[in-house]
Design a protein around this ligand. Sequence first.
Ligand code: 5RP
Length: 235
Amino acid sequence: MTTTDPVVIMKQEVGKAAADRVQSNSIVGLGTGSTTAYAIQYIGERLQKGELTNIVGVPTSFQAEVLAKKYGIPLTTLDAVTHIDVAIDGADEVDPHKNLIKGGGAAHTREKVVDSLANQFIVVVDSGKLVDKLGSTFLLPVEVIPMAVTPVMNKLEQLGGKPELRMGIKKAGPVVTDQGNLVIDVKFESIDNPAELEKTINNMPGVLENGLFVGVADVILVGEIIDGKPSVKEI
Ligand code: 5RP
């Protein structure tokens, strides 16, 4: 289906650019979100055309698994492979040091496992995701086991954050992750030291993982529209 929505066009272009970088005979981490969905679609199309052979995907979520099956990408698990060649995943914010906030789709725990195992981690974003400082536009997602929600929210407030439990859309009650946990989104006025904050939050009892990805991304592909034409730049 063709679209005139510039954000969708940027997502499609950058998804295609990432899919073009996948090589035959490789193990591919399949990220989550609307941008990575295009990469999964294009990887599947390259497989169908015979441009790519012998690919196996490691999904980062139920969504990625469903899409991979839809587009004919064979799947495996981390129990069956010793490494991942390339992972492709989206992000909610990217700073100038290639540090990320992820978790807009509540999949950041599995994403961090898969993305950080990859020999090359390619991030796919539209230009609206680039920020000078993490936390400027997006709340930081924190996955928490259900019985620890209140104490973790209290600790996040003590750290200076404003936490809120993520609620479902078209579902009464909170968002439940693929692991059966809950997500607290936290507004920090300023994230000055993402590496330290990542560790501090992960040290809170009951926290499974937060959405700060520090020093994990190798390549950022950014979809842009310049003079009305879509293009992709690499950072
Ligand atoms: C899911 C994620 C996504 O990669 C992130 O939210 C970006 O999504 P989209 O490409 O739909 O903007 O981290 O947990």
